[in-house]
Write a protein that binds this ligand. Structure first.
Ligand code: FMN
Length: 175
């Protein structure tokens, strides 16, 4: 049997069901992504959320998207905000990533400032997209947020990667 045939034998085929989302989550987890923190200014101060659902949508006009769980305690805050900033994290910024997951420290002690639209900018991330809300789309248990990029910045550095539930670095193939 060839290697390719053996791999096919070990493949797990399943129909996504409501009772057990584990297999679907595992299959989706093979699609390796970067890690982003989306920030908005709320009545109680700045708020952020760590996401990996970020994607580009359009260059002209410049549009990006991400999605938020409709059960998130912060759903209303993010869908209600006119302006947001999407930050792309660098490989060694796990600590920033953890700040904006459940129970994280948030902005306490972090270096940040407000942009001209009044949205919080975290300093020294790998890239950022300063955005205005374009549209919202409720689909299943998430809301897709489409945002227009007003201003963007990026610098040299390695991205933080998320794959199969683990964090790491991008490794280039040998030339
Ligand atoms: C790598 C990673 C990616 C995540 N991506 C998303 C996402 O795309 N959308 C989302 O709503 N939550 C995402 N989360 C979960 C949120 O960061 C956060 O933990 C969750 O919203 C906490 O629930 P709460 O908002 O009710 O406090 C992600 C978490 C991690 C660690």
């Amino acid at each position: 049997m060839t290697m390719a045939a053996m791999e096919r034998v070990q493949e797990q085929v399943f129909v996504p069901g409501e009772s057990d989302a584990r297999h679907l989550r595992s299959a989706l987890g093979t699609f390796t992504t970067g890690v982003a923190v989306v920030t908005v200014m709320g009545a109680d101060g700045p708020t952020g959320i760590t996401v990996n659902s970020f994607a580009s949508v359009s260059l002209t006009p410049p549009l990006v998207l991400w999605s938020i769980d409709r059960n998130s305690a912060r759903h209303g805050l993010f869908t209600g905000a006119e302006n947001s900033v999407i930050h792309i994290l660098e490989a060694d910024q796990d600590e920033v990533m953890r700040r904006f997951t459940r129970g994280g420290a948030g902005f306490a002690g972090l270096d940040w400032s407000l942009n001209s639209e009044g949205a919080p900018v975290i300093h020294n991330t790998l890239a950022r997209f300063e955005c205005a809300r374009a549209s919202l789309h409720d689909e299943g248990d998430h809301t897709i947020l489409i945002a227009r990029v007003l201003r963007a910045a990026h610098r040299e550095g390695e991205p933080l990667c998320f794959s199969r539930g683990a964090f790491g670095r991008f490794a280039r193939h040998a030339a």
